[in-house]
Design a protein around this ligand. Sequence first.
Ligand SMILES: Cc1ncc(COP(=O)(O)O)c(C=O)c1O
Length: 390
Amino acid sequence: MSTTLAPKQRLGCRTSTSAQPQSTDPSTATPLTYFRGRVALAAILRGLGIGPGDEVVVQAFTCVAVPEGVMATGAKPVYADIAADSFNIDPESLARAITPATRAVVAQHTFGMPAEMPRIMEIANHAGLPVVEDCCHDMGTTIDGQPIGSFGVASFNSFEWGKPVVAGLGGEAVVSDAELRRRLEAEYANYTFPSRKKQLQLELQYAAFGVLYRPQWYWQVRSAFHQLGRLGAVAGNFRSAEESQEVSPEFSLRMSQRMTRRAIKGQQQLADIRQYSRKITNAYRQAIDSQCVQHPSLPAAPDTYFARYPLRVADKPRLLAEARRQRIELAEWYRTVIHPLEGDELRAVGYEPGSCPQAERRAGEIVSLPTHRRTPDDFPHRAAELLNQH
Ligand SMILES: Cc1ncc(COP(=O)(O)O)c(C=O)c1O
């Protein structure tokens, strides 16, 4: 068994930390892959014995998939705000969100930027709560040499279209606590593979993604994807707030074998994916220089790899409209505090509008640039031309 703490490795083989009690032997662990990342989250929470009447603290400035994963267990998501200078949970807001009904904390590493894990662990340990890390955007970030994802009892990944490793659709639970892992493995027998028809649909979607997705076609592909998603012709990422009230049958599905194989292959290329992201990120940091654009501030110790490069901008709607006109990939998420829900829809997932002001402000000012390997070398220059005129 390896004892070295290396950044994200192949599926099921993330090394655990010495801080974890009774860690599993990663060399023998088989991947616990599920239909989506949120299904993996729900599986972990169920494994922790979480259900109706329980609360799970998650951050605002997230995707509806996260509260959906919590609600699939019957538990209630409770929202903590993000920190003033970050896209991740504010530890002090987390401390205030904990009640006698809290059973777990989800720490999200947004865009691959590390949450303040030492402080989060301190608060959670003090309250006797397990921490589950949301590593859906992680491609190998470390804090003082320790990989994110290895601080809590478990973490989960996603392999859908916008993530560092794209397998089509899917998610993985990486569990370092031996007892918890045994419980997930026992439960895994009850999860079934998607129907053949569904698998075929996902394979066609994956093939179409491979052919069509280029940064210059981002806006057209995105609108086509959303339209087809509304018609039910492709598997979209989001359900409506109303639909999220019902537990989707997807919460009892595994990831298909073909997609799991693809994800394993993708994970083996993470070192290259990281290096490419680093190169593109450095180019953005050098080329984008406008008073109306704020780069993310990087704390001293973490070694951060960005799944997307986030910028806070003064006039988000105008910039997005201009990016669309110039065919420059610029993402808007998270467009709302629990993306993509708005207004009263937020209450349907337990969010009270106005309760997390930092997160709401961030949703109004965030845009992000691609760092994946399809990003051409001259793209940072084009993006800078757009942003520097902002
Ligand atoms: C931070 C975060 N967590 C979890 C998820 C859920 O992933 P999935 O769509 O595979 O359920 C997403 C993605 O949509 C995400 O952005």
